[in-house]
Write a protein that binds this ligand. Sequence first.
Ligand code: GDG
Length: 736
Amino acid sequence: MSNRLPITVVEKEGILKFKESVGGLVSGLSAYLDSLKSSSFTKSECIWVGWPGITIDDNDAFKEELKSRALSKHHAYPVFLSKKSMEKFYHGFCNKTIWPLFHYFPTYASYDEEYWDYYKHVNESFCDAVMEIIRPGDLVWVHDYHLMLLPGLIRKRAPDNPVGFFLHIPFPSFEIFRLLPKKWRTEILEGILGADLVGFHTHEYTQYFLRCVLRILGYEHNMGSIIMKNHVVKVDTFPMSIQFNKFNTTANSPEVQKKKDKLRKTLDGYKVILSIDRLDYTKGLINRLQSYELFLEKNEKWQRKVILLLIVVPSRVGVEHYQQMKREIDELVGRINGRFGGIDWAPISYQYRYLPFSSLVTLYSVSDIALITPLRDGMNLVAKEYIACRTDKTGVLILSEMAGASKELGESILINPNNKEEVADALVAALEMPDEEQVRRNEVMQDRLGRYDVVRWADDFVQEMLTVREEKKKLDTKVLSSHMKEHLLSDLNKARRRLVFLDYDGTLVPFASSPQIAKPYEDVLRILKRLSADPKNEIILISGRDKETLQEWFGELNINLVAEHGIWIKEKNRDWKMIKPLVNGWKTGIFPILKTYVDRVPGAFTEEKDFSIAWHYRKADPEQGPLQAKELMDALVNFTANIDVQVLQGSKVVEIRTAGVNKGTAGLHWLSRNEHDFILVIGDDRTDEDLFRVLPETAYSIKVGMKQSYARFNVQSHIEVMELLEQLTKSNGNIR
Ligand code: GDG
């Protein structure tokens, strides 16, 4: 699914005509789809969903005809959009808000509520369209910035179909992305996260996206995987490539050979510099021309020896910024040609038009230098195409470090496009570069591009999408299903003596910003009271909290309590006792370190217990907190190497505690009696894993949160735990 279909429909005197669309996305994906058709391994059918390039407002017969011809001849399914939608959605939100912002031109961005409304509306229309054709097992791949809300919309309506999303333009840093109004930026991120797999061209864009997700939505990731409520999203880097062989073989074809010979005669003796882009302010055309002017000014000896072939491809015609830029380019070309040229030589040969494929390849083949200087570019396929067309392996690529392609084409001359001196000097270096050096550089780049072509790119993406789904399935099987719940209840009913361990924070109540706020609700106390009233039940509340707090909150109940992750135990109707003799002299040495981290991280605080100290960062900045926690862990592990303590990271907390005691050892206090024929353990934290690990296989262990665990089952949140416990109280006629 992409904004534009690979075909563009035009209407001429009542007749619909279909022609191929152009651009990197279309040619790349078409190559992949062709490869699927010819592959003997896969039997897949593909349908491309998108806008057909024409607005048909009130002619249903036309729409029907277009639909059936597009589907039967081109495997394309059109999404019809009104003129007004195209105006507000495409020219508006896409190209006046997202495009400038994501390319670091915030001053060009407009924030118009109506544009946003249309953006949402059009994304919904795309969703409606795909719902008309989607079947079970179909895989959906959504492309680019026009459709960022679509993955989320599809997930809502077809949750079983895998969805991928790829962004072809840069994903900006947090400071830029946050310029979007709060509601928009949240919905955009949530929309993208509806996908199973999210792909970007470069590692930087991937990191920026993950950072925005953390800072705006508060979701952490583990090696690019984000665990959402009902699915896992993998965020990864897939640098888009080109059809290397197509460019390489076309460059060698007789047709291009003939064109090359002709052009070489015209350009006889001149060193040729090629510049080719769509007309767009992101492509850095003005600074490129100014740099070329500076080069001519500084290097008289190169005057009359070079020609810049400037090809500007019309794009977004009619938009004011673009028209103004076109005027500027026209003027600048005129000025440079007027200033340095003569009757026999013009330093710039300028064309404002779209070239047929063979002409494009011819230009790539005859040019000694490709000068590509975007101010910001998601990838830039032109740079890769130039390298692919250099069949004799000569030629110098001068490439902006602001293009995604610069990450893979490090053997080119990389320049900062804002620095005209640097670009001018790069031109000299390129003109003077010995052939052997050119060949050495291009060989490495060709080898890389040849191996990782656009088919491999798409294949990698699709394969990873399927892998993510497989992983999700594994996680799904661990979700405590209603079927398993019935099993659990039936085992509970049959049992004569039941042992139930319950963690408190994050398990029975949600996490609060400060530990003292998380007092038990009435419901929690009521349920615990009911459960403990059944003589068959042995309830143990097993927490990391200090014994004073547990005593104050739960002392009145007829249940067992475990404090400080197992150090203190209070059996029903008895006093608190230590599980074994322990020392806590080490605390004085640790305090100063923790204090530094409290001072350094606003919002962080310490909590002191008898045999442990905790450093909480729940209220700290979501990005700074985890980073400083890692640093603190590192410092503590070194500092405590020779003392008998354990340093562990819990949920938004780093805890240092006396070694040798944990929830597992405390749990064994009851488990080792072997008096029970039903065991249930529920917890959310890493410290609960110590108990999950020592349980017999038949025990029901439940991890709260969709994270990896030793527990047999996972549930989403404390709400499900409370529902389950409520069911337990009603089971076997326990209602009192
Ligand atoms: C977006 C991102 C990202 C250009 N002029 C002619 C012509 N082209 C073809 C080129 C190339 C494609 O169009 C342009 O691709 P780019 O990557 O350079 O730039 P965008 O159009 O801005 O594309 C970009 C890309 O998506 C892919 O993810 O790299 O960063 O902005 O393939 O060959 N083709 C013909 N005649 C022309 O005059 N035949």
